[in-house]
Write a protein that binds this ligand. Structure first.
Ligand SMILES: *Cc1c(COP(=O)(O)O)cnc(C)c1O
Length: 377
């Protein structure tokens, strides 16, 4: 659905005025711009945004307005989206697996930075993209924990292979860089330190001076357990790079979740409560709550009854199902909800800006998701 042109004061104003029966994604542009400013001020390098976390046009436009000039893209459609909005933005194509036609498309549209984690993918790029002025970032993986979801099992080369790839990248005349991604919602800043130490060691072993070090996304967003101190992550990254590299590479980060999560809340509605007290929401794991079974990220949530109603301060633990006829469509953890929660109440989840919009399906006829702009959440 399209962004509404109206701006509402708050989610509760909208929900009470309109009583929508579909899930609503509430967006506070001011919160997004404030978070972008926090990254731009705090991170000592180029701040890019990982488009897959939330590709809504309003998100991209607000990031551009806040001063973000570079984006991590993973597909031709993400490239097209950015080229329409910001023809001159720097695009980093950091999905290390691409078809030949995807590489041709990226080259044609002026993409000058690619990540690789294998010899075959690198030679595909060599066949299509001339080396001059083009950066190849070799993606390294380590057995580092700290993230709720480890990307290393899918992407990244071992240190030995990174050494060989860096040498080939340099010999072929491309600009050599290193990239890594510690995994999403990584709450342990020492994961970055371990990666930076290893990146410096492999660059030394390869005899290659890297131009840039991309420290990935993976920065944590706020959860029910607390607000991460991003500045502490930035400071640790900066000092580890100074300590480990004799020639300091320029730094790049490509946050998705931490950039966008806190600028959206997600309102779902109680469709029905069965005779056991189980609750059926109008959204579930095939829609906006798809991360719940995969990542153990606890969000805060509140209940908003229709106008004039009050709910009890006594809570009960309730099993919560999504709306589809699939028995997998259930939240992994019970929610603590008012004992007298009723049909048509809204359950509003906080910090839902990442990985909702792009992954909502229309399974079973659901998946209608409206985005509404608000002044504050
Ligand atoms: C998904 C992804 C990101 C963003 O990760 P977050 O955990 O959302 O910050 C950054 N870089 C790459 C290569 C990715 O695949």
């Amino acid at each position: 659905m399209n962004i509404t042109s109206e701006i509402w004061n708050s989610p509760s104003d909208y929900l009470r005025a309109r009583a929508p029966d579909h899930p609503v994604h509430f967006f506070a542009p001011a919160a997004l711009q404030a978070q972008a400013t926090r990254f731009l001020k705090g991170f000592n390098g180029l701040v890019t945004y990982a488009v897959k976390a939330n590709p809504e046009q309003a998100v991209l436009s607000n990031l551009l307005a806040a001063g973000v000039t570079a984006f991590d893209v993973a597909s031709p459609n993400e490239i097209r989206l950015l080229r329409e909005l910001a023809p001159h933005a720097a695009l980093h194509y950091n999905n290390p697996v691409r078809s030949k036609s995807e590489i041709r498309f990226a080259h044609k549209t002026g993409v000058k930075s690619y990540s690789v984690d294998g010899f075959r993918e690198f030679s595909k790029i060599q066949d299509i993209v001339p080396a001059s002025g083009v950066e190849i970032s070799v993606r390294i993986k380590l057995p580092v924990s700290g993230a709720v979801y480890d990307f290393g099992s899918k992407f990244g080369a071992t240190p030995e292979k990174v050494i060989e790839l860096l040498r080939r990248v340099q010999a072929a005349g491309y600009i050599p860089s290193i990239t890594f991604h510690p995994g999403t919602q990584c709450e342990d800043p020492q994961a970055w330190e371990a990666y930076i130490t290893e990146a410096a060691a492999v660059a030394r072993a390869a005899g290659v001076t890297i131009k840039r070090l991309n420290v990935g996304g993976g920065f944590p967003a706020k959860t029910a357990q607390g607000v991460p101190n991003l500045e502490q992550f930035f400071a640790l990254i900066d000092s580890a790079v100074s300590k480990e590299f004799s020639t300091r590479p320029a730094l790049v980060c490509e946050s998705g979740r931490a950039m966008v999560a806190e600028s959206f809340t997600h309102a779902t509605r109680v469709k029905s409560i069965n005779d056991n007290g189980d609750i059926f929401l109008n959204d579930g794991i095939y829609g906006g709550l798809s991360e719940f079974p995969v990542l153990d990220v606890r969000r805060s949530y509140t209940v908003l009854p229709p106008l004039g109603d009050q709910r009890s301060k006594t809570n009960r633990l309730a099993q919560v199902f999504g709306p589809t006829c699939d028995s997998l469509d259930v939240l992994p953890n019970k929610l603590s909800l008012p004992a007298d929660i009723a049909d048509d109440d809204y359950v509003i989840f906080q910090n839902m800006g990442a990985y909702v919009k792009g992954v909502t399906t229309d399974f079973n006829g659901y998946g209608q998701l409206e985005t509404v702009t608000v002044l504050s959440l």
